[in-house]
Design a protein around this ligand. Sequence first.
Ligand code: PXP
Length: 245
Amino acid sequence: MVRFNLVNLLINIDHVATLRNARQESFPDPIEAARLCEEAGADGIVFHLREDRRHINDLDVAKLKQIVQGKLDFELSTNDSIVDICCDTCPELATLVPERREEITTEGGLDVIKYQSHITSTVSRLTNAGIAEVALFVDPVIDQIKATQDTGATCIELHTGDFANATLHQNQAQELERLNAAAQFAHESQLKIHAGHGLDYENYRLFAESVPHVCEVSIGFAVIAKSIFVGLGNAVAEMAQLVKH
Ligand code: PXP
């Protein structure tokens, strides 16, 4: 018998802000989107405050902190001034991600081995500010997870982008194997396991059946894209149905 954990669904609303900013308008409003996502069954909201402020801006962050009722996940790089804002905001969860100005979206996990000392001091600043959970976004690579243990972070977010992008059955099976091994190792290392990037209505079930111990997923693009056709509430409710059942 396959046993499923209870998994939290957090919805990333960055793409609502991207659309707003494309016309430099005040709509669609990511704050209203967050409210609708929670009403439709999301357990929380994710946003990424990028150094270039290409989607979410500082005012959005302050408003999200006020209105989000569930879990608030602040994605950020280790840039000092962004870390300051995260500490002031004090979300329930801070997720450290790599950030490159020229990328369209986050392209892979942090290199925790290479940047371990800077990441460790950033985790310590976030934790000392009272943030209950600090996660590192990592590729499903055992050595990266080993390095994570020494930073003081209590969670990893497994990067699922390579699985989502695998077009061949064989590649997909390989990626699921890597994710499975990484999840087993992280679980044995007492790290909480989140996952995200490229998860959608088509691939989620296979992911959930193949990768154990995941307690939270962060999903954005698929839900916001679907909402154009079915409305945001329906798009979130359908994803919540998948994740929770
Ligand atoms: N997790 C992280 C760390 C991300 O950077 C992103 C993309 O913003 C996501 C999850 C969500 O990915 P997607 O928008 O493809 O669902």
